[in-house]
Design a binder for this molecule. Structure first.
Ligand code: PEP
Length: 253
């Protein structure tokens, strides 16, 4: 029996209106209430945070944000500070999603700053890591994971309980290609070894590592059955309760 909770998280990306986001939030709450065995987090877009927050109120479902800036305040037109997110009721933020890394050019150095500012703002963090197809094919997966996990350098071990990692191979995000449970497990085991290097064995034993990349009802059970896969960060299949609901009910009791 692992000491880690199962975490099922839905990244809603740039989808929905305030009405449809609110409706999905209510549906997720109802499903989570019926299957409370997992920790459930939803990540609406910034402009829907308040609408979703109202619909999650007093439920166990946690409100998250998809990104934040690395500064507390300042001349950063179009950006959002983690302190503002906390003020809006968000409790957790994604740092380093592959779309931020690859489509918006966010470097490991910048992401390390975001992670630290978010923790200072009292947001929990899900640090997303993962290799591209080319990096996997050239045998560099573990080198890339180590480089991305270096964002944790300088973070005090006492903050480790507020951090989770999401391993999301870029080649499996939004493509319909899922890493086999064995491939995912191998990367998760390496990630856990890197957590131990940063924070020690206790943090490695207790920090949840989520898998992300085309998770859906048909593959979630075999992924969650792997010893080092503690949950899922879900994009496409989080957008309807028909797909997301079964992921919540699949979490082991
Ligand atoms: C994601 O965006 O984090 C993700 C894993 O997307 P999808 O489930 O659609 O592959």
């Amino acid at each position: 029996m692992t000491q880690r909770p199962t975490v099922i998280a839905g990244n809603w990306k740039m989808h929905f209106t305030k009405r449809t986001a609110s409706r999905l939030a209510r549906e997720v709450v109802a499903m989570h209430n019926a299957h409370p065995q997992s920790e459930c987090i939803v990540f609406p877009t910034f402009v829907h945070l308040e609408h979703v927050r109202r619909n999650l109120k007093n439920s166990g479902v946690v409100l998250g944000a998809q990104n934040c800036h690395e500064a507390k305040t300042g001349a950063c037109t179009g950006e959002i500070s983690p302190y503002m997110l906390r003020d809006m009721g968000a409790e957790v933020v994604l740092v380093g999603h592959s779309e931020r890394r690859h489509d918006f050019g966010e470097s490991n150095e910048r992401l390390a700053k975001k992670l630290k500012t978010a923790l200072r703002a009292k947001l929990d963090v899900i640090l997303c890591i993962g290799e591209t197809q080319a990096e996997r094919e050239s045998g560099d997966t573990f080198v890339v994971l180590a480089r991305q996990m270096a964002a944790l350098k300088g973070v005090k071990a006492e903050l480790a309980p507020r951090i989770r990692i999401a391993y999301e191979p870029v080649w499996a995000i939004g493509t319909g290609l899922t890493a086999t449970p064995e491939i995912a497990q191998e990367a998760h085991a390496e990630t856990r070894r890197l957590i131990a290097e940063h924070f020690g064995p206790d943090a490695a034993a207790t920090m949840p590592i989520l898998y992300g990349g085309s998770v859906k009802p048909a593959n979630v059970t075999e992924l969650l059955a792997q010893p080092d896969i503690d949950g899922a960060l879900v994009g496409g299949a989080s957008l309807t309760i028909e797909n997301f609901g079964p992921l919540l009910s699949a979490a082991p009791k």
